[in-house]
Ligand binder design. Structure first.
Ligand code: SAM
Length: 272
């Protein structure tokens, strides 16, 4: 297990009275690292859109398929997974290193519960590390000794932003955050983005309202037009920025024909 010297000073205060995005997502995926407050939030979401948990499962399916594409087809051997979430079935390094064992993976999350569980379960070999850091502070991520050690930033690498830009407010300028990451990619590098989406149906705004009330961000459901800008200057890999059931979905894609999938979209862009 790798140690992350910087994070050893982070007090591990897990607040069981406030919801955590990572723990709600863990619950949605069928995990056990969640508390009553998280489950109550998930139930409030399901009261508005019963298939909310399916959206999380579909997002995870997309992430796995995209990692298989990046490592298996695009030849990427370095991955930076920002907003990694809690360990789950089919973690990024497991999928990547099954295809190419030499692949290096750096996980980043700003939630202390992910630090507590993630370092033990995600950073299990010398090609994998876990950092406690924030997407809004990219310098801390890209200049961290573990990132520098594992990711040669002069060579193509992929940054994964699965279900994380959606939690930034407009004032925090998620487009500038994405641009800052695109600027750091060398030619041939990749950016993955997935987020909940306002598909124009009333249920999207209703669910956005619950996310906001639960403190997960007031703009979790942006439109497709708002989100395609995260890829400015990149070439979108086929089939583009689409609902997860349309992005190279595998046979284990849950309920592929459910219309709810239009509320969670993802894509992968390549820097020319
Ligand atoms: N990336 C995983 C996936 O797509 O399956 C997990 C997605 S989960 C919905 C979002 C994760 O992003 C949570 O673990 C949360 O703690 C983390 N997160 C939210 N805001 C963040 C920020 N500003 N910096 C780093 N991580 C953040």
């Amino acid at each position: 297990v790798n140690s992350d010297a910087g994070s050893d000073h982070v007090p591990l205060e897990i607040n069981t009275d406030e919801v955590s995005i990572a723990r709600i997502y863990d619950f949605a995926l069928g995990g056990k690292d969640n508390f009553a407050v998280d489950r109550a939030a998930a139930e409030a979401m399901m009261a508005v859109v019963p298939e909310t948990m399916l959206l999380a499962k579909a997002n995870r399916h997309f992430l796995r398929q995209a990692v298989r594409y990046l490592v298996g087809e695009a030849g990427i051997r370095q991955l930076l997974d920002i907003g990694s979430g809690l360990p789950t079935a089919g973690n990024v390094h497991e999928i990547a290193q099954e295809i190419a064992p030499e692949t290096r993976v750096v996980y980043v999350d700003n939630d202390p519960i992910v630090l507590a569980h993630g370092r033990a379960l995600l950073a299990t070999n010398d090609r994998t590390a876990f950092l406690h850091a924030d997407l809004r502070d990219p310098d801390a991520i890209f200049s961290h000794p573990d990132t520098v050690r594992l990711i040669d930033q002069s060579q193509p690498f992929a940054v994964l932003l699965g279900g994380v830009l959606m939690h930034l407010e407009d004032e925090e300028d998620p487009w500038a955050v994405a641009a800052g990451i695109r600027d750091r990619l060398p030619s041939g590098g990749y950016l993955l983005v997935s987020n909940t989406c306002d598909d124009g149906e009333p249920r999207a705004q209703a669910l956005n309202q619950v996310f906001a009330e639960k403190g997960m961000g007031s703009r979790c459901f942006r439109t497709w037009d708002e989100q395609v800008r995260f890829f400015d200057g990149l070439e979108l890999v086929e089939p583009g920025l689409v609902p997860h059931n349309q992005w190279r979905a595998g046979p284990d894609m849950p309920e592929p024909d459910n219309p709810v999938h239009s509320m969670h979209i993802g894509g992968v862009g390549r820097k020319p």
